[in-house]
Design a protein around this ligand. Structure first.
Ligand SMILES: Cc1ncc(COP(=O)(O)O)c(C=O)c1O
Length: 439
């Protein structure tokens, strides 16, 4: 593409060097040839076999941060070797040469196959936190505007809103969508949310799967109701614990901005994430960090003018040189999920979590805070043992070689999160361990 070739000439390749003499061949093709093919993932033991998790422990907190499975490790190693051999040419070609060689574009295309929509809808980030911050700071908020969030969102979400509204002179408000997650229904949550929207509300922020309680919000239904009543209110979703655990087409779910890290349920490299939005919604935002992906940003800068085209996803992807071996290996994780099948993955996670909830519900002193319905939950089960503090539950599970976690919220519960790396037998052992601790 001429535009990117000019960028190559201007930005990266010293004029004294002839481009033809530099042509390094196609690094991505060379790499693909030396990278092992996607393994057989037709049963769950084969999927578990892709991870190098310490077998002396039962890992029930893998939603926290991913262990890289073999296809992702191989992809990272391949890019790392290529960059260590020839950093200038590999990164120069992969970032700036032309669209056919552009690796972030290939990564975005692989992500789009999973999310729905097109590669052009996706911005690459390094985490949920970074995506949320970029979206809220990019919104055209002004004094008098309000961002409405819920009391159930993560620190990263609330802080992104607080910092962005403070800068704009706008305000934020948080409302509970339920008193007890386990008792909530789709109708009651929609009613509470709609009742909380005020004339000043410009944006609503929601979290798909709450890491506090394990609640999975029915975003599709909530978004439809919100848009029907308040078509001008924008919906921002923190989707990190739904992406890779739920059978959903993100592009049609109803979020205006969908932010997620990919280093949890997707098993993508640590330090990777995405934001999905439509072209129309990208155009509403102003970037915070200069990008290295959109030729118009560069061309406008080089001619000392403002960008002439609407803002877009590439322009919102933070620029600067990154740990590209991680970002460029994201496609392997999405490819792995594609191979496993979104519905198959979601069904397995649901079955293991149903098993856990059924087992825990039979223990007298245990109170489950996650909805029993798999339609309102995903891969996390938050519970409480009467008379035992959260940290002590986690500690006593650890003594039994079970890695649980405590939710990092004002009211904290122990959490067990059965995922693709667990077996039904491990779930039974976790239930037995909780029974012992409760006894
Ligand atoms: C709901 C939720 N949002 C955001 C985050 C932060 O994720 P990231 O590390 O991708 O920024 C977490 C962390 O676990 C979380 O639970």
């Amino acid at each position: 593409m001429n535009a990117t070739l000019s960028r190559r000439r201007f930005l990266a390749v010293p004029a004294a060097l002839g481009a033809a003499a530099l042509l390094p061949g196609d690094f991505a093709v060379a790499l693909a040839e030396e990278t092992p093919r996607m393994p057989d993932l037709s049963d769950w033991s084969k999927v578990r076999g892709q991870f190098q998790l310490d077998p002396d422990w039962m890992h029930f907190a893998s939603f926290f941060i991913a262990s890289h499975p073999a296809p992702v490790r191989d992809a990272i190693d391949g890019w790392r070797r290529a960059m260590d051999r020839n950093p200038f040419q590999v990164i120069e070609q992969g970032m700036f040469e032309d669209e056919a060689h552009n690796i972030p574009l290939q990564v975005r295309a692989a992500i789009a196959r999973y999310l729905g929509g097109g590669a052009e809808d996706i911005a690459l980030t390094r985490s949920t936190t970074e995506g949320l911050a970029l979206v809220y700071h990019g919104l055209p908020l002004k004094a008098g505007d309000e961002v409405l969030a819920t009391t159930h969102d993560h620190y990263s979400h609330h802080e992104s809103i607080r910092l962005a509204t403070r800068r704009a002179g706008a305000t934020m408000r948080r409302v509970p969508l339920f008193d007890e997650a386990a008792q909530a229904s789709t109708g009651s949550m929609i009613e509470r949310l709609l009742a909380a929207v005020k004339p000043a509300t410009r944006v609503v922020g929601l979290t798909w799967v709450h890491s506090s309680s394990g609640m999975r919000l029915p975003i599709r239904e909530i978004a439809a109701a919100l848009k029907q009543r308040h078509p001008d209110v924008l919906l921002v979703v923190d989707g990190v614990h739904g992406l890779g655990s739920t059978d959903e087409t993100v592009a049609t779910m109803g979020a205006d901005y969908f932010c997620a890290g990919c280093h949890k349920w997707m098993f993508a490299p640590r330090g990777t994430g995405l934001v999905w939005a439509s072209a129309q919604n990208w155009a509403r935002l102003t970037p915070t960090i200069p990008d290295f992906s959109d030729f118009e940003s560069y061309d406008a800068w080089s001619h000392d003018r403002a960008p002439a085209t609407p803002n877009n996803a590439a322009r919102m992807s933070p620029g600067g040189f990154h740990a590209f071996e991680h970002q460029w290996a994201m496609g392997a994780a999405f490819g792995m999920h594609e191979r496993m099948g979104r519905s198959r993955v979601a069904a397995r996670i649901r079955a293991l979590n149903d098993q856990l909830k059924a087992g825990l519900s039979g223990i007298g002193k245990v109170r489950i805070h996650t909805p029993m319905s798999g339609d309102l939950s995903a891969g996390l089960v938050a519970f409480e043992i009467d008379g035992v503090k959260t940290d002590d539950v986690v500690k006593r599970l650890l003594e039994r070689r079970i890695i649980a976690s405590s939710s990092p919220y004002a009211v904290s519960y122990p959490r067990l999160a059965p995922s693709l790396i667990n077996t039904p037998e491990e779930v039974d052992r976790a239930i037995a361990a909780v029974r012992e601790i409760a006894a």
